[in-house]
Design a protein around this ligand. Structure first.
Ligand code: ATP
Length: 513
């Protein structure tokens, strides 16, 4: 645990030092759980958006995009259930005065038991060596079985208190499990209360004329209220999808872990409109398709797992998360939800407008069902940054820090470096830059030794460094250094654009989707 916390701290300080993420309004000591994306961060973020957009919209004939307003008619949130049900159960520790999400306290307790199981397994692995069979050990070892059944029991209890919205029983569960406040170490808890996560604000400039409106807590509703507009104007036939990238706002009870949980964040969501009765098939399809999108980044299959929900959101009949192995453990990165016809039916009822689709194949009108995929852009950013950051031992007491970001997503694709700041080398380097910049985000750097410049580019994940030296002036060749292998090759300037394009193209990622 300590080692991973160290890794996480390094990620945060690297993000700051190398221009990826800054605390918001830092000169005023920042605003809690709010961050700004800096010069390299915004490039990485844009590239993630592009990869998602291409995979979802450009690669699917039947998916189109949308960019809806953040402000929506207040009835939207009444209809969607967010006004009444978008709550989290909160609990305070009276000694530390720290506030927690009650469900998270219980889930963390479960994780602790899981940690004990992992320890048992590691011990046994050591003892039995190659002969160790983990599946058999899990199925037969008394300790593991006991712990597993304890977990199942707690999960059932959690599900029950959540479904019955029984806040007293929720508190009782926390007490029965002996959960202590991580800060004060005490069990001195307040009652559990429900807390609505939507930010309200006022619309209208005249006093008394104002109506409460909300900052959207998800982008999805902008898609639902527009679905028929898009279907008609785009002549879309079911099944079809609408994709959107945009900001969402939630007044999270506990917002921490850097950009993992923020109060202002960005979502990339796609709502797929389908014929009722086909939701199971499409739910499975999107689970698998989204998992492939993640795995094509090459971070290793073991970094991902599915987590099926035990408690459905108020709108869902099936839900699963894709969890990622962050430095602080497996946590939700993306949600795939089968939302039935809940949202569209609700909007029909509240607006009085028909939101039905006429299906020419069966000559009937119906309210489509929806399967959605919903990923947090900032969490995706954190997943990439924390996995890509490596400290490599180069031998002879030397080391380097490198960001192994997939080249297609790297903020800067090539750095152009004159070996020295004289003899016409800077001019030649600028000449190369003036050609490459039309296709790629390039950086020109002439300060410090070339070795130092390589290190700086490694630290922001630049796949290629191009060095212009005296030989360049004679034969129009440069050296090109690969970030990962650190090998250098001499190539002609005319070949550069192609070499870089091949390495940084999104095509190979998309082909694996
Ligand atoms: P969690 O259980 O972690 O609060 P959630 O289940 O409420 O998340 P969804 O409503 O399914 O999340 O939202 C879809 C995605 O939006 C999540 O998978 C996550 O990546 C992202 N997301 C949700 N809340 C936040 C937040 N506060 N900060 C950053 N990203 C978020």
């Amino acid at each position: 645990m300590a080692v991973n916390e160290d890794v996480f701290k390094k990620v945060i300080s690297h993000a700051k030092e190398f221009g990826f993420v800054f605390p918001s309004s830092e000169i005023y000591d920042g605003l809690s759980a709010t961050y700004d994306y800096a010069q390299n961060g915004v490039e990485l973020k844009n590239n993630i958006k592009k990869y998602w957009w291409m995979a979802m919209v450009q690669m699917h004939e039947n998916i189109v995009g949308l960019d809806a307003a953040i402000f929506m008619h207040p009835s939207t949130w009444k209809a969607s259930g967010h006004v009444d049900a978008f709550n989290d159960p909160l609990i305070d520790n009276k000694d530390s005065k720290k506030r927690y999400r009650a469900d998270v306290l219980v889930e963390d307790h479960i994780e602790k038991i899981n940690g004990k199981i992992d320890k048992d397994i590691k011990k046994a692995q050591k003892r039995f060596g190659d002969a160790f069979d983990e599946a058999e050990f899990r199925a037969t070892n008394g300790n593991v079985l006991r712990r597993q059944s304890e977990i199942e029991k707690i999960k059932d209890q959690l599900k029950a208190v959540q479904e019955n919205e029984d806040l007293e029983a929720f508190k009782q569960l926390i007490e029965d499990l002996g959960i202590v406040c991580p800060v004060s170490g005490s069990k001195n808890w307040t009652e559990v209360r429900q807390f609505n996560l939507m930010f309200g604000t006022e619309l209208g400039s005249v006093a008394g004329d104002a109506a409460t409106i909300y900052l959207r807590p998800e982008t999805a509703q902008g898609i639902f209220v527009n679905y028929l507009n898009v279907q008609k104007t785009g002549r879309m036939k079911i099944p079809f999808g609408i994709a959107q990238i945009g900001k969402a706002f939630r007044n999270e009870i506990v917002a921490r872990q850097f950009i993992f949980r923020m109060r202002e964040f960005e979502q990339m969501e796609m709502q797929f409109f389908i014929k009722p009765g086909t939701q199971e098939k499409w739910f499975e399809y999107w689970k698998e398709t989204r998992m492939k999108w993640h795995k094509s980044l090459g971070f290793g299959d073991e970094a991902y797992r599915f987590h099926d929900h035990i408690k459905m959101a108020h709108y869902a009949d099936n839900a699963a998360d894709i969890e990622f192995k962050f430095p602080f453990g497996f946590k939700e990165l993306e949600g795939i939800h089968s939302r039935t016809d809940f949202d569209l039916s609700q909007h029909e009822a509240h607006s009085g407008k028909k939101l039905r689709y006429f299906d020419p194949e069966i000559n009937e009108s119906y309210i489509p069902y929806v399967v959605e995929t919903s990923i947090g852009l900032d969490r995706m950013f954190l997943a990439i940054l924390s996995t890509a950051l490596k400290e490599e031992d180069l031998g002879d007491g030397k080391s380097r820090v490198v960001l192994n970001i997939p080249p297609a997503l790297a903020p800067v694709k090539a750095a152009i470096l004159p070996l020295v700041k004289k003899d016409g080398l800077p001019e030649k380097a600028r000449e190369i830059m003036s050609v490459l910049k039309f296709d790629h985000n390039c950086q020109y750097e002439e300060k410090d030794t070339v070795g130092k410049r390589y290190r700086r580019q490694d630290a922001i994940g630049t796949p290629y460094c191009i060095t212009v030296d005296h030989q360049t002036l004679e034969d129009n060749t440069v050296t090109i250094r690969d970030r990962d292998t650190m090998e250098q090759e001499r190539v002609t300037i005319d070949d550069l654009a192609n070499i870089i394009a091949k390495k940084v193209s999104m095509t190979s990622l998309l082909m694996q989707n």
